[in-house]
Design a protein around this ligand. Sequence first.
Ligand code: AMP
Ligand code: GLY
Length: 423
Amino acid sequence: MKVLVIGSGGREHALCWAIAKSPSCTELICAPGNAGIAEIAECVPVAAEDTEGLVDLARDGAIDFVIVGPEGPLVDGLVDRLEEVGIRAFGPSARAAELEGSKGFMKDICFQYGIPTAEYARFDEPDAAKQYILRRGAPIVVKADGLAAGKGVIVCRNQNEAFAAIDHIMIERAFGDAGAEVVIEECLEGEEASFFALVDGKHALAMASAQDHKCAHDGDTGPNTGGMGAYAPAPVITPEIAAQIMERVIEPTIAAMTAERRPYKGVLYAGLMIADGVPKVLEFNVRFGDPECQPLVMRLKSDLLESLVACTEERIADTTLEWHDECALVVVMATKGYPGWYEKGSVIRDIDRAADAEGVAVFHAGTKRSNGHLVADGGRVLGVTARGRDVAEARERAYRAVDMVDWPEGFCRRDIGGPAGGR
Ligand code: AMP
Ligand code: GLY
């Protein structure tokens, strides 16, 4: 099978790493990829946002199966376009990807079909939004309706912060048209975790749980990022809670999407808040998490490609996944300054030593080759991932590998998987 993976992050390197091991994969291509992916796949410089360019690439290259990593191309209908020209692709249609593409849509689905989530209201007008905030009081959460690269959610401790969030999103349009509408919701307390399921339109297969660390700095301080580290499985998701998530969240969502004539296929990622053993949905994502995908594939023993193909062929009910008993943990190394302004082009050395360490894989995100050197080409740059008997061993191995990397312009959190937990 000739496989094409779309994207260029740590998630896509992890997906390529797992797929390259599959006996069914005869050729692996990635668009656009990065320096790490280039070591295991042929990288073709077509951007993930270039829908027609990707359709041409898949058609001209006689690709048998496409796996779409990021949410943008899914929301833009890449899977629909590929299917129109007869190419099988893993991921939801544009209509199903609305679950992530519009937070208002997602909340309405939860409300109509009794899927547990925070109370909310939708507004397309700032004054009405502020009136609602005055009535409800703080703390309260303000969310841009559309895609905002993980930055469109503002948890507000008081009314001033909430008003400022409305101005930032709706008036200053910090996230462009994604802020034409907002969702305002009740602030939930509890412990956060992520849950991943493979969904084939009718049935779901529970995949795994993970916990990620979103803040830039130690002790969960500093600005929100795409994720500075993660570990799997999430201790808060006990087998009982996992069963509850399948029964009360994942399965009703599949039924709801079918009833709405938006059958869901792909990976369904539920961001959850768990309080007193009860999970509530914070958000749905329509793709693998990044960096969560990295520890996830490190734990997977069975053939990922086979499962993704089974998913698109509506055979997930007959499929099983096998996992290593061990935990896995990823520490993200980012360019100093991220998620704010940072400089590109700094040289990274000694990464091979780190990658050769026991139980370790180093996944690349923003990297490229330049004049024979590996250089940083983005904010999040490396995902140093390790397996271990428990979180403590995985953490120790990951940080030992991190310390082998010679990259003065990079930084990482030192407390991934530590007592601060995952936020
Ligand atoms: P997201 O980028 O959508 O994952 O949201 C960012 C973060 O905002 C989440 O990981 C939560 O920590 C927080 N968050 C979102 N919704 C709520 C809520 N209703 N109550 C409390 N925290 C929330
Ligand atoms: N790590 C969070 C996300 O992928 O959305």
